[in-house]
Design a protein around this ligand. Structure first.
Ligand SMILES: Cc1cc2nc3c(=O)[nH]c(=O)nc-3n(C[C@H](O)[C@H](O)[C@H](O)COP(=O)(O)O)c2cc1C
Ligand code: SF4
Length: 652
């Protein structure tokens, strides 16, 4: 497929873009604590520029470090001392024929008073959500001051060499608060009619034009806030605001969705079907004469081309797909789409940055935001033999990286199929992305000439026969089975066996013990099959530790089967009539009548097996990775595999 639309040139104002792929703004939390760009951030962006997008819209960049600091590592263009490092970033991106736009941001009511030491400011004294700080209503002087900060930041960006600016009017931040009838209850010229609610922004646009002439100005807004409550922006009202912005002279509009109350409409979990929100962008494209950029959960170039062909937008917004594989565009252009490592929609990136305020990471790409640590793989394999034991995500990743480094890699996998825990994780509904990940990795292994021994656990003799210079042990882990009375009964199953379809739970009342993601997914599958499910969880709520967006998404399915919930209960034993549980608070015992029990208590390394291997293979360099080292998520396994592959035999 040639992707004619995707690789056609495009125009935004005075900017000529080499293709239709634009990297979307994504906070990285990589700036220093003064909001200054770091070298790590520069390399991160440069890798994406190298990967072939026509333009990068840089992460939200603060214009005001007095009233708006959303996180400690938030990037800023609020002071003149920010300019020089921003220029370095711009130069690094421009080396690869890629344009870069700065997204200018003010948090308003979403800011964090702990960081600013001040009360938040907003159009009206309405908190962004229940329980969040009540902001101070902005005076007319505040409005002028903040508008001037946007204009001053745009001037700094032009000085730093940016190709334009994007004004962040989406996701419930200050500009969006002005758009909103819910957050903006003002009675003056900045509240009430659409024209008035858009005025805070249109005056900024006029101010930038006055100072910087035809310097490209984009606006990001939520085409539809998709929030049930009264006063949030609907599609029709959004269109009216967009018309005001077009009249004010912006060069392009960047359509997102959702609100401060509905982040999933912007950045959705894996269960949403790509294209579910394309009607919104299309409505803007039909209504406006300026170019429309839009995100649409784009995971592969075929879908990007389809959206362009259907005239949903003029430019496709690539968000997470740029974290998963920065070379998305180049691979598509070279006819190697099958090599693109696609985003699996797990939201680990969002969890890291938005929940934990930690530097961005991606489950499927261990290099994301670490480009500076490992600028390129050391090509020093020289055909030397290495062995990888285990073909799960950690083992496959290690083998791939070692093969790229020029080693002769032999992979041993005891099962008849590669994938390890991916073959369990992809079974619940909406998990096709994980099957795709396995297939992409498998294809890469074949292309790189890795010798794959399926159905072969990799005994010491087998491994020794290839005289490896190094061995990566990625043999996975064992499920946790607590030593309780009745645990070895016939009616006790392991969640992974049930999910993978290897064991069938007979119809009836089933207790699922442990409600991490695997437990909840197993419960959904059992509920769907018609069983009465009881969820038993030691923590005080079900789904402990799961990122809220994923947890809520999963709960929407589990709860539809009306499970009985025993949070704060510990499994004590399995009896003939059911299970004995203890309330962890008041220590009351209770017998729950069930026919079957499914254990979803996680995994732990098979220490004995690993120690055995280590004791017998003393002559070569050995790494233990993934679940064989510590139980973890797919991202931990891929990261471990990548690190072992990148560093094994590096000193020789
Ligand atoms: C970690 C992360 C950080 C984000 N930060 C921003 C941001 O700074 N500004 C913004 O407008 N959108 C931000 N977004 C939203 C993305 O720009 C994009 O709209 C969203 O990821 C949906 O597009 P996708 O399906 O292509 O990923 C962020 C998304 C993620 C995952
Ligand atoms: S962390 Fe998950 S959701 Fe985020 S880009 Fe990577 S694969 Fe996609």
């Amino acid at each position: 497929m040639g992707y004619q639309k995707l690789f056609s040139q495009g125009q935004i104002g005075s900017l000529c873009l080499k293709n239709r792929g634009i990297m979307m703004p994504m906070a990285t939390d990589l700036a220093d604590h003064d909001g200054v760009v770091t070298q790590r951030q520069i390399k991160y962006y440069q890798e994406r520029a190298k990967g072939g997008v026509a333009m990068i819209i840089q992460e939200y960049t603060g214009v005001d470090d007095v009233d708006s600091i959303p996180s400690i590592h938030n990037l800023r263009a609020a002071r003149d001392y920010h300019i020089s490092a921003l220029e370095e970033l711009v130069d690094a991106v421009h080396l690869y024929d890629c344009k870069i736009i700065a997204q200018l941001h003010h948090g308003g009511a979403t800011s964090n008073p702990d960081f600013t030491g001040r009360k938040n400011i907003a159009p009206s004294a309405i908190p962004i959500a229940e329980g969040r700080p009540v902001p101070r209503e902005m005076t007319l002087e505040d409005i002028k001051r903040v508008q001037n900060k946007f204009i001053a930041a745009a001037i700094r960006c032009k000085k730093a060499g940016y190709d334009g600016v994007e004004l962040h009017g989406a996701h419930g931040y200050l500009i969006a608060q002005f758009f909103s009838k819910y957050y903006n209850r003002r009675q003056d010229q900045y509240g009430g009619s659409v024209e008035n609610r858009a005025r805070f922004l249109t005056e900024i646009i006029y101010g930038i034009r006055r100072e910087l002439g035809n310097y490209p100005i984009l606006v990001r807004m939520c085409g539809d806030e998709m929030t049930d409550e009264e006063g949030f922006l609907s599609l029709s009202e959004g269109l009216e605001i967009a018309r005001e912005l077009e009249i004010a002279g912006i060069d392009a509009i960047d359509i997102s969705n959702g609100s401060a109350r509905n982040g999933d409409a912007n950045c959705e979990p894996f269960s949403y079907t790509p294209g579910w929100k394309k009607h919104v962008a299309r409505a803007y494209k039909m209504a406006l004469g300026i170019p429309v950029i839009a995100t649409n959960t784009i995971k592969n170039p075929d879908f990007a081309e389809k959206l362009l062909s259907e005239e949903v937008c003029d430019f496709v917004g690539l968000g997470r797909s740029q974290l998963a594989d920065p070379f998305f565009m180049n691979k598509a252009h070279q006819g190697k789409s099958e090599d693109i490592r696609q985003c699996i929609g797990c939201l680990y990136c969002r969890e890291r940055v938005l929940r934990d305020a930690m530097p961005i990471r991606c489950t499927v790409n261990a290099r994301t935001a670490r480009e500076i640590e490992i600028p390129q793989l050391c090509k020093n394999g020289n055909g030397k033999a290495v062995a990888v034991i285990g073909g799960g995500p950690a083992g496959m990743e290690a083998a791939l990286v070692l093969a790229k480094r020029g080693f002769s890699v032999t992979l041993f996998e005891k099962r008849k199929q590669l994938g390890g825990m991916l073959n369990v994780a992809d079974k619940p509904p909406f998990k096709e992305n994980i099957t795709r990940l396995r297939k992409t990795m498998e294809l890469q292994l074949k292309k790189l000439g890795v010798k794959i021994n399926l159905g072969c656990a990799g005994t010491v003799e087998e491994i020794s026969s290839i005289s490896p210079a190094g061995v990566v042990i990625a043999c996975g882990a064992k499920p946790v089975i607590p030593p309780l009375s009745g645990i070895d009964g016939k009616n006790v199953y392991l969640a992974e066996d049930v999910v993978a379809g290897q064991k069938v739970v007979p119809p009836g009342r089933v207790a699922v013990v442990g409600t991490g993601l695997t437990g909840l997914e197993t419960a959904s599958m059992l509920g769907k099959a018609g069983n009465k499910v009881l969820l038993v969880e030691m923590a005080d709520d079900i789904g402990p530790g799961i990122y809220s967006a994923i947890r809520n998404d999963e709960l929407s399915r589990v709860l539809s089967y009306d499970p009985a919930i025993y949070a704060g209960h510990r499994l004590l034993s399995i009896e003939e009539q059911g299970i004995l549980v203890e309330n962890v608070t008041d220590h009351q015992l209770q017998l729950l009548e069930v026919d079957s029990v499914v254990l979803a208590l996680g995994v732990k390394p098979d220490v004995k097996f690993v120690r055995g291997l280590l004791a017998q293979m003393t002559t070569c360099e050995i790494r233990v990775v993934g679940d064989a080292r510590r139980g973890g998520r797919i991202g931990d396994a891929i990261r471990d595999g990548f690190e072992a592959g990148a560093t094994l035999q590096n000193d020789n």
